[in-house]
Design a protein around this ligand. Structure first.
Ligand code: NAD
Length: 256
């Protein structure tokens, strides 16, 4: 039977691949995006988050089989607080705002995290402020860091922790929530990073260390993400699934 999903960030990259794969198998997908979606909303602010949630509720009043928080900005986005606003606060607001709609169908949620989340040297205070839900203080702090990697990986670290902290509560409502942690993937986001004069050379070097031998295509991430939505993953809850060609295992072999 065909299913109905909603997602943020489905216009390009990983999200577009998820959308296309789900639609190709006959499912309905409602896309929220700042451009090129079914619902246009800027998830960096409360107005856009409310428009996103209300728009999805209007289009799927009987419930959702799943919601994917995929919208995200790269470490080169400016100001750095925009990264926290979209990658963490926008994701969390939509996951929480659509929980009841997904609970009606005992569906699944996926937060798109990153394999950069466990990397060291992150600002713990900033992560703590995000997890405390203090958007103003988290944004003020991240803007003082002047470090795009810290802002990006910190936002994904907080999102991964938030996902695991919420998993038991969501599961009791019948909703599985999991995170997916992609490694470097060829998308417009990565193109922006490669074009940056500071990040570009570093990221090119980093991409050469991937044990798989290349970066992922968006389809490689989408296939794993769709597994997390599907009934085959019905006992998977609170997992952070690394889909990164072995890079996290290379960097942190003894941590899991
Ligand atoms: P992408 O740029 O192709 O996709 C990001 C999407 O988010 C776009 O459709 C964009 O329009 C949307 N978006 C950006 N700002 C928004 C806003 N304010 N409001 C609403 N929508 C907004 O990049 P991608 O690589 O496909 O990224 C998808 C997700 O995967 C992101 O969360 C990203 O952080 C994560 N990720 C990507 C990689 C990678 O190497 N590409 C690695 C790890 C994690």
């Amino acid at each position: 039977m065909s299913k109905i999903y909603a997602m943020s960030g489905g216009a390009t990259g990983i999200g577009a691949s998820v959308k296309e794969k789900l639609r190709a198998r006959g499912d309905q997908v409602i896309v929220v995006d700042i451009k090129g979606g079914d619902i246009t909303a800027d998830l960096s602010n409360d107005e856009g988050r409310t428009a996103a949630i209300e728009g999805v509720i209007r289009m799927a009043p009987d419930g959702l089989d799943g919601f994917i928080a995929c919208a995200g900005l790269p470490p080169v986005a400016k100001p750095l607080s925009l990264i926290s606003q979209v990658n963490f606060f926008g994701a969390v607001a939509t996951l929480e705002g659509l929980l009841e709609l997904v609970a009606r169908k005992k569906g699944a949620m996926v937060s798109v995290c990153s394999n950069s989340a466990p990397m060291g040297g992150l600002d713990e205070e900033c992560i703590a402020l995000m997890l405390a839900g203090d958007e103003a203080a988290a944004c003020a702090r991240v803007d003082t860091l002047d470090d795009g990697h810290n802002a990006y990986a910190g936002s994904k670290n907080a999102l991964s922790k938030w996902t695991r902290r919420k998993a038991p509560e969501f599961m009791r409502k019948g909703v599985r929530i999991n995170g997916i942690a992609p490694g470097m993937t060829s998308t417009p986001l990565t193109d922006r990073v490669f074009d940056d004069k500071d990040f570009g050379p570093l990221m090119r070097d980093f991409s050469e260390t991937i044990p798989y031998g290349s970066m992922a295509s968006p389809e490689m991430i989408a296939d794993a993400l769709i597994f997390l939505l599907d009934p085959e993953a019905r006992f998977v809850s609170g997992a952070i699934l690394f889909v990164d060609g072995g890079q996290d295992a290379l960097l942190r072999p003894d941590e899991f």
